[in-house]
Design a protein around this ligand. Structure first.
Ligand code: NAD
Length: 471
């Protein structure tokens, strides 16, 4: 059971804890905390049966200190205004933490996508885009949505197509949304970006000997045991990258049950089984866990909640055995649970930093759409010629001779995919160190989450200062 505090209140508690450690003017802190705009939509769509149904949706733009605002659109029956504002606020801080120059936003449509056909989902998405457009809540320079829980590249392509047809001739129209298929202005590497960012972030945390020693663990991800809740876009990719780097994913929890294997699940096999049967249950090489609720309480090194918010609460926090919690989902830990876990010595790598891989690569996609050129297109061959010249100089000056195969590998110029991964890895690694540095400066007064919020508040405050709005 979730603690009886609203999601926005949870986020605000984290914010206030951090704000108290800064010396900014209280009115500036109040401005940074508040959600600037929220729009509620109700619109009719025709079901395949011919019936008309009224759909409810929200879009919140939390902070306009930088434009455009940016944030996913989720399809979930739990969506409400409070949730959308809380998620938009997290987006503001996320962007600031990883130095992505956007304000935070979030959107939600209150539907269970499994109850709608593809044609119905298309009608809902296109009508939502039209409503967002009418209210100026979408556009390359004002507000740019992306995928989130229950949405993916297909929904983003419907949004892009609708926006384009409403803005005939607008040269930057495709930059109105990110997470699109590559053929429609998307970028290579966006699909896996959030899960890969979760992996890079946790790998960075696990590489710090001093911190691992406090947890009684060795450095590195190899051999670490992982439990993941939610095997969707983020959960699957996080699991895949941990598996590929020698960690053991010992349990995966989904809404219809949990599968376990103490020796480690084969992630590609679980994915293939899910694609074939529609569920991860009964996957060969796994056993079912009797009580799915207890999945979060399994013995493991790293617990990765990657489904929804408010799953680690004051009810179950004391029973959690993981030494590290990697918050891949937004808001999985309530403020009360956070305190219990902190006292237990659990290292929580917070959502506002850890799942920022998606918005980081979305930023790259937006840049690509505005520049109308694929990353790597201009320099790839030039780099290859330069490396070839260098290698032939080495051959000329030494006895060394390279085979054509070696030359190909050594002189390979960067493709879009390589550059995106490199930019993502750099962002996750340097941002972790920046947050940890803030934690050190706060001298024992703050954990990683509070330090992440302090980092973000300081950057946003600087921005308002530069605008001359606050001294
Ligand atoms: P998704 O819809 O692709 O996957 C969510 C998965 O969680 C689904 O497989 C669903 O069946 C499962 N699930 C739902 N309820 C569950 C429950 N009670 N127990 C176990 N599993 C459950 O969504 P996603 O894009 O992977 O997003 C997951 C989380 O990550 C959300 O909190 C989202 O806000 C956050 N996030 C996503 C992105 C992104 O780029 N997609 C970026 C940042 C943060």
């Amino acid at each position: 059971m979730a603690d009886h505090v609203s999601f926005i209140e949870q986020v605000n508690r984290f914010f206030e804890k951090a704000a108290a450690l800064t010396d900014h003017d209280p009115s500036l802190l109040a401005q940074i905390k508040e959600c600037n705009f929220v729009c509620r939509f109700s619109f009719p769509i025709e079901r395949d049966s011919g019936e008309i149904e009224v759909i409810h949706a929200w879009r919140a733009e939390h902070s306009n200190h930088k434009l455009p605002t940016k944030g996913g659109i989720r399809f979930s029956p739990e969506v409400n205004e409070d949730e959308v504002c809380a998620l938009a606020s997290l987006m503001t801080h996320k962007c600031a933490i990883v130095n992505v120059p956007f304000g935070g936003a979030k959107g939600g449509v209150k539907i269970d996508r499994r109850q709608y056909s593809n044609r119905e989902l298309e009608r809902i998405t296109r009508r939502l885009t039209f409503e967002l457009y009418r209210k100026n809540f979408i556009g390359p320079g004002c507000d740019v949505p992306a995928p989130d829980f229950g949405t993916g590249a297909r929904e983003m392509s419907w949004i892009a197509d609708t926006y384009q047809s409403l803005n005939n001739g607008e040269v930057n129209a495709l930059a109105c949304v990110t997470g699109k298929p590559v053929e429609l202005g998307g970028i290579r590497g966006r699909t896996e970006a959030t899960g890969l960012g979760v992996f890079y972030g946790l790998r960075e945390a696990c590489a710090i000997a001093e911190d691992m020693k406090c947890l009684g663990m060795e450095t590195g991800v190899e051999g670490k045991t992982i439990v993941i809740q939610g095997f969707g876009n983020v959960g699957f990719h996080a699991a895949k990258f941990f598996h590929e780097h020698g960690a053991k994913v010992v349990a995966i929890a989904e809404y219809d049950g949990t599968i376990v294997n103490p020796e480690g699940l084969d992630i590609e096999a679980v994915d293939a089984h899910r694609k074939e049967t529609g569920s991860i249950q009964n996957c060969p090489g796994s056993q079912p866990l009797a009580s799915s609720e207890s999945a979060l309480e399994l013995e493991c090194d790293i617990l990765i909640p990657a489904a929804l918010e408010n799953v680690i609460t004051k009810e179950n926090a004391s029973r959690i055995k993981a030494k590290i919690i990697g918050e891949a989902a937004n808001g999985p830990t309530t403020a009360e649970a956070d305190e219990i876990l902190h006292k237990k010595g659990v290292l929580i790598v917070p959502d506002a930093y850890l799942n920022a891989g998606g918005v980081t690569v979305s930023y790259f996609e937006w840049l690509k759409d505005l520049s109308h050129v694929r990353f790597g297109r201009l320099e790839k061959r030039f780099e290859e010629f330069s490396y070839r010249r260098l290698l032939s100089a080495v051959e000329g000056a030494t006895e060394k001779r390279f085979t054509e195969e070696m030359l190909k590998v050594l002189s390979k110029g960067a493709e879009e995919h390589d550059l995106v991964r490199s930019g993502l890895e750099e962002t996750m690694a340097t941002s972790y160190q920046e947050v940890r540095e803030t934690m050190k400066l706060l001298d024992g007064k703050a954990d990683l989450r509070t330090s992440a919020f302090v980092t973000s508040i300081n950057k946003i405050a600087l921005c308002y200062g530069d605008m001359g709005i606050f001294p």
